[in-house]
Design a protein around this ligand. Structure first.
Ligand code: URP
Ligand code: ZN
Ligand code: ZN
Length: 468
């Protein structure tokens, strides 16, 4: 039996802030006690380790519900393996990721899931779960969905984008939603009108508009809004809950807000890149804009205020990263002379908590909302709560001692993600994870990584908490 006492910190959850000692026994939180109280003192006396959190916050470990480690895309593979990517997550205070297994086209869901289990097992620094991407909706895969739900893969992503690759048409989407209505799963939607986008891509390239900046133009904001609206209507017809991924603009938020105002179980996430970056980055000269190519694309900076408002009103319920790193040299440059060949994705699994803490300091969100967006809400929606996403007796001891005053500069020189650039190079932020516990093990402490590949395990998720 191992006992750890985390003393004198400000314990912040989605609902409360209180100065308390957090007492950890083996993998779980055993108790939360008033500092100086009998249980706190006697626990600390008998503890194997005492962590002083004076001046720091104690928060539940981050839950990043949208990552792509080792994801094949556009003829290459995302540069973070499960080992490097989850280690970087740990450095940044994220103790659970939910990654995406992909059904091979023409193959079974099982085949894709087995492949992703093999990539992750024994390699991860923190716990992980899987969503399943259905790339080829048919009778077989639809039936398989029920079995995956029983195995703890309780959410399925569909693409309205990328025709000929991951794309599903409206009929396929409706069928998958109907299946989800029956088995309790959550459908996650990449909402962009891929057929229309492909027309604009063809026209842009034919007109010689080949630079990265045109990636943003062809993935028009109205084509995101239209697909978001369509996905919501299809989910209504099926009676299924819906989660829109990587929302980038107010036009799409408006459709989500409307649905939520009508009481529908519709949820949405945004990502730090849409909150902190813009088309100005996509337009950087000398092909540097390729570093900022992701889909949905970055938008004009004016959109950021609309996203922050959505996060405050809970029309956007989660901030995840869509971490999908490709090196500038050797990967992003596959698209020199043709922006449509630039692998889509931005690195971010390590920087999410710090950027969102900076947003607290900048007045966009409050501290408890920070915890809720980064940890509690994704844990609830994706069936990890109350094991993850909160600090309570019986919960996994996934804990972060967070120093809210630690200033640092984000840079590829110092980050731990396996990618040769930082999308936030030179950005000064205040706040940093000082100590990170994953199921009761101290894996990061004071600038040292103390964990091992294989510390993290697969988490079978339950049905999420959504009305549906
Ligand atoms: O650009 C992105 N988002 N790459 C990852 C794949 C996806 O659509 O989430
Ligand atoms: Zn997507
Ligand atoms: Zn993604």
């Amino acid at each position: 039996m191992t006992r750890i006492a985390i003393r004198n910190g400000l314990v912040i959850t989605a609902t409360d802030e209180t100065y308390a000692d957090v007492l950890v026994q083996d993998e779980r939180v055993a108790a939360i006690a008033a500092p100086g109280s009998d249980p706190a003192v006697s626990w600390a006396d008998g503890a194997d380790q005492v962590l002083d959190a004076d001046g720091c916050y104690v928060i539940p470990g981050g839950v990043d519900a949208h990552t792509h480690m080792e994801m094949p895309f556009g003829g290459t593979v995302a540069s973070d393996s499960f080992e490097t990517g989850t280690r970087a997550a740990a450095w940044g205070g994220t103790t659970t990721i939910v990654d995406f297994a992909i059904q091979p086209r023409g193959g079974a869901l099982r085949e894709g899931l087995d492949t992703w289990h093999a990539k992750a097992e024994g390699n991860c620094a923190v716990d992980y779960g899987f969503h399943m991407i259905i790339s080829d909706v048919g009778e077989g895969p639809l039936k398989e969905m029920d079995g995956l739900v029983d195995e703890g893969v309780t959410s399925f992503k569909l693409f309205m984008a990328y025709p000929g690759n991951l794309y599903s048409d409206d009929g396929q989407i409706l069928r998958a939603m109907q299946r989800a209505e029956g088995n309790g799963a959550l459908i996650m939607m990449h909402a962009e009108n891929g057929l229309a986008i492909d027309v604009l891509v063809e026209q842009a390239l034919a007109a010689g508009r080949t630079d990265p900046r045109y990636h943003g133009d062809v993935r028009h904001v109205l084509l995101e809004a239209e697909a978001t609206h369509r996905a919501i209507q299809l989910a209504r017809v099926a009676g299924a809950p819906l989660y829109i991924v990587h929302v980038s603009a107010g036009e799409a938020v408006a459709h989500v807000a409307h649905a939520r105002d009508d009481g529908l179980p519709v949820y949405a996430e945004t990502c730090p890149q849409y909150l902190f970056l813009s088309v100005d980055d996509l337009a950087r000269p000398d092909f540097e804009g390729a570093k900022y190519v992701c889909s949905t694309p970055l938008r004009p900076a004016e959109q950021q205020a609309r996203l922050w408002r959505g996060l405050r009103t809970d029309d956007l319920s989660v901030v995840s990263t869509d971490h999908c790193p490709f090196c500038f040299v050797g990967q992003k440059d596959l698209g020199r002379g043709d922006f449509s060949k630039i692998p889509n994705g931005i690195p971010g699994v390590e920087t999410r908590l710090d950027l969102l803490h900076q947003a607290v300091l900048d007045g966009h969100i409050g501290r408890r909302r920070w915890v809720e967006l980064a940890s509690t809400a994704p844990a609830r929606l994706f069936g990890l709560h109350p094991r993850k996403g909160t600090i309570a007796p019986g919960a996994d001891a996934d804990l972060v001692v967070y120093d809210p005053a630690a200033e640092h500069v984000l840079s590829a020189e110092t980050h731990h993600m396996n990618v040769d650039y930082s999308a936030y190079e030179g950005c000064r932020v205040t706040g940093r994870a000082r100590t990170v516990l994953s199921r009761g093990r101290v894996i990061v402490d004071g600038g040292r990584y103390l964990g091992r590949a294989g510390d993290g395990g697969f988490v079978a998720r339950g049905i999420g908490s959504y009305a549906g």
